[in-house]
Design a protein around this ligand. Sequence first.
Ligand SMILES: Cc1cc2nc3c(=O)[nH]c(=O)nc-3n(C[C@H](O)[C@H](O)[C@H](O)COP(=O)(O)OP(=O)(O)OC[C@H]3O[C@@H](n4cnc5c(N)ncnc54)[C@H](O)[C@@H]3O)c2cc1C
Length: 419
Amino acid sequence: MTRDFDLLIIGAGPAGMAAALAAAPSGARIAIIDDNPAPGGQIWRDGVQAQLPAAAQRYRAALAAASNVQLFAATRVVAIAGPQQLLLEDDNSAWNVRYSTLILCTGARELLLPFPGWTLPGVTGAGGLQALVKGGVPLTGERLVIAGSGPLLLASAASARKAGAQIQRIAEQASLAALSAFTLQLARWPGKLLQATQLLDSHYRSDSFVVAALGSEKLEAVRLSQSGKIIEIPCERLACGFGLIANTQLGQALGCRVADQAIAVDDWQACSRTDHYAAGECTGFGGSELALVEGAIAGHAAVGEQHQARALWPQRARWQAFARQLNRRFALNPQLKQLAEADTLVCRCEDVPYSALAERSSWVDAKLHSRCGMGPCQGRICGAACEYLFDWQTPTPRVPLTPTRIDSLLQLAEAQVHG
Ligand SMILES: Cc1cc2nc3c(=O)[nH]c(=O)nc-3n(C[C@H](O)[C@H](O)[C@H](O)COP(=O)(O)OP(=O)(O)OC[C@H]3O[C@@H](n4cnc5c(N)ncnc54)[C@H](O)[C@@H]3O)c2cc1C
């Protein structure tokens, strides 16, 4: 089956929802697809324990009310099926979608770096723990250490505390000087300053990073470097994430140019490929406010409303300045490249240790010699880690873009045979 749309939006996070709502009044036939069961993306992720803010509810209601916008939830992109055509898969079937214009709003994922013990049960990403909490995982009475970098650590701590966790430490790798400079700048964005004040936690420490997760069968304690001093903190959970990296894979597969590890766009949020746009964190980390305004600009531009798109440029510039501060002040300490030991697994899907990779010259060389990145996550975790650890470039992904069903692959082959 093939469905036709004027505008196809991949990703129903803040950027995707804003793009759909900006484009909807034009009357274009719009489809928005997302691999999660409900729209909202990462920040507005739904779940039994999620408390959706008013803005998220407003966007969801507006999306549901737009009669020319069709939402396909729990649906993912499997392959490029032809010119302006993708193969999609949901829980029951695979189908083709043909589009005139496409907006990529595929967001970002956490950067997880390997350190001794990071594969122990009880260790997750910082955003990963937040997703678990929203999904209903109880943390009552559990001692929790949060580590890594970025504002997400404080947001994750707040959610975990509400779910019953006892926060033992929030270890931010950025220096005190960087954090002070960031805080001074926050007065330019009063809403952010208020948010930061509300999230502030007495367990927060700068110049601190995880050295090892300790335990035999499961996590029992965390070893941290705190202002150069090594300390150990007993705990049942460690949530550790080193900031976010853009989900560029689909954009790369479609031939859109990637620069500085994000999909490159111009002032209209247009990609290097004609009729393809991108917005939100797949174009670089900047928070939900920037994602929303970029999404709206892309939505207007995609349906030819340049005037409305241009009117939003000053708003975007304001949040781009905030994004620059985030990226500058939370830049990663090069010491984090030394955390993994020879036997630390880097690719946990295929059990590939650091020692098997350290001598390799590139990502392809590593894959050919070790199966690194060839497991179920298809390098989404270890590929980004290797990019940071070894400065390797990950090549353009090949289809299928995600692990997929055999009958979906057969459908792809059939579509290619019949043109
Ligand atoms: C794990 C995690 C938790 C976070 N939690 C917070 C938080 O609590 N507070 C905060 O301020 N910021 C949080 N962030 C930052 C947050 O990502 C952004 O501020 C905001 O959500 C970005 O919006 P976006 O629309 O660009 O991307 P996202 O919100 O990431 O939305 C992208 C959507 O696209 C979907 N998608 C991607 N690729 C495909 C595909 N091929 N097929 C189908 N669907 C696809 C994704 O599943 C996702 O739903 C979090 C980030 C991460 C990675």
